[in-house]
Each structure stands twice: as structure tokens, then as C-alpha cells.
Design a protein around this ligand. Structure first.
Ligand code: SAM
Length: 215
């Protein structure tokens, strides 16, 4: 199967119909990622088809949870995952990408510029820095993918979530066990809204999505 077909068919498995324009944006993103990845470490996954599955489709897996025309903060976005794919699929989403490594932020800014995406900002800073200029209690969605333990991630995320907003934790195959193990520390402060376990299309990569709301 071609890379494009893997992307289109895989997205369909999450109920997402990609337009031709969106597919082109993903291909441009892929090219830019592979080009920058020669000089800075954005991803250990180098193969084109594997990037599509492990990064693009994984990011698309949370699309069904996310409504368009809302605000989203991606903490520890790295190479732009999941924030940039979410912006491609949900074009009216107002996205803030945050990472503590300046070179990664430069990559994200370059990608946003090349893809001509609007209402999306990449910011260099740490989530726990009180002077990072990111508004508190503001975002409808906080997403984090592969950023520390669940309790650490919740601590970093909770200052930013709006009153009716949610925090989306994108975890690997042990996500449910992690939640159970850490639940004593976190149960009192958060309500579990949703938890999903699945395998990424055309692979054996297991994933867990955990959606929580601060009490
Ligand atoms: N979310 C991306 C992904 O799934 O491909 C990157 C994951 S990478 C393992 C974790 C990222 O979080 C790194 O780029 C790191 O610089 C960033 N990071 C870690 N702690 C952070 C913090 N406190 N504030 C902002 N970024 C942070």
C-alpha cells in the first residue's frame, strides 16, 4: 500500500475522512520532518510509512474527541505531535504548541509557515514556568503525548484547562495500568471521563487514550 493510502485508510478507521488538501499537508509535513530530522532529533522513527502510522495516525486517533473551533494546548509537542495533525484535520481549532527545546520549536514554526496554517503558535518554554505567557484556565483541551508520568503530566496540564475543559493523555500500551497504579495519587483531584485502548491501523502498536477533568 502507498504511504498516502496508509494515511487515508488509517484515518478512516478513526472515522476521519481526509480531503485531498489535508493529505497534501500531511505529505508536506512528512517531508519537512524527514529533512529536519537529519540534523535534530525529532523522531527515532525514520521510515516514511512508520512515521505515518506511529505519529500521524496516532495523532489522528484523538480527533473524534476534539470538536473544531475550540482552543487546544499541546504540552511537550516535540516534532508537533499531536498538535499539528490535529490542526490539519480540525482547521478551526486554535492551537498552542509548547516545548522546552528551542530547536524543536523552530521546526514547528517552520512547519506551520510552510503549511500556511493559521491560528497556531509554537512557543518555547516550560509548562511549569509561571512566566511562559500561556494563559491559565483557558484551554478547552490540553493534550500530551509521551510526556512523563501520568501524575506529573496532570500537574503540568491542570493550570491551563478551562472550567469545562478536559485533559487528554496519549499513552502507550501500559496506559491503563499506569492509571490504576497512579490513581491513589490522582483520584481525588480528577474525574475519569473516558478511557480507550486500541491498536494503530496496520500495526501492532498498542495505545491508550485517557480523558480526565479536574474536579
Ligand atoms: N509529544 C511529542 C511526541 O509524542 O512525539 C514529543 C514527545 S517527547 C518524548 C517529550 C517532549 O516534551 C520533548 O520534546 C520535551 O522537550 C518536552 N517537554 C518535557 N517536559 C516539558 C515541560 N515541562 N514543558 C514543556 N515541554 C516539555
Amino acid at each position: 500500500m502507498s504511504s498516502r493510502d496508509i494515511l487515508v485508510e488509517g484515518a478512516r478507521e478513526f472515522g476521519v475522512e481526509l480531503s485531498e488538501i489535508q493529505v497534501e499537508l500531511f505529505i508536506e509535513y512528512l517531508d519537512n520532518l524527514q529533512s529536519w530530522n537529519k540534523n535534530i532529533n525529532l523522531t527515532a522513527v525514520r521510515n516514511e510509512k512508520e512515521i505515518i502510522v506511529a505519529h500521524f495516525l496516532d495523532s489522528i486517533s484523538v480527533v473524534p474527541i476534539i470538536e473544531d473551533n475550540k482552543t487546544l494546548l499541546d504540552i511537550g509537542s516535540g516534532g508537533g505531535f499531536p498538535g499539528i495533525p490535529l490542526k490539519i484535520v480540525r482547521p478551526e481549532l486554535r492551537v498552542t504548541l509548547l516545548d522546552s527545546v528551542n530547536k524543536k520549536v523552530s521546526f514547528m514554526k517552520d512547519t506551520v509557515r510552510k503549511l500556511e496554517l493559521k491560528d497556531i503558535n509554537a512557543i518555547w518554554g516550560r509548562a511549569e514556568d509561571p512566566e511562559n505567557n500561556i494563559p491559565r484556565k483557558h484551554f478547552d483541551y490540553i493534550v500530551t503525548r509521551a510526556v512523563g508520568s501520568i501524575s506529573d503530566t496532570l500537574e503540568l496540564s491542570s493550570p491551563y484547562v478551562s472550567k469545562d475543559g478536559v485533559i487528554i493523555l496519549m499513552r502507550g500500551k501500559k496506559g491503563s495500568d499506569e492509571w490504576t497504579m497512579e490513581s491513589e495519587n490522582i483520584a481525588s483531584g480528577y474525574e475519569l471521563v473516558d478511557s480507550q485502548e486500541f491498536t494503530l491501523p496496520g500495526s501492532d502498536l498498542a495505545r491508550t487514550i485517557i480523558v480526565v477533568k479536574p474536579n
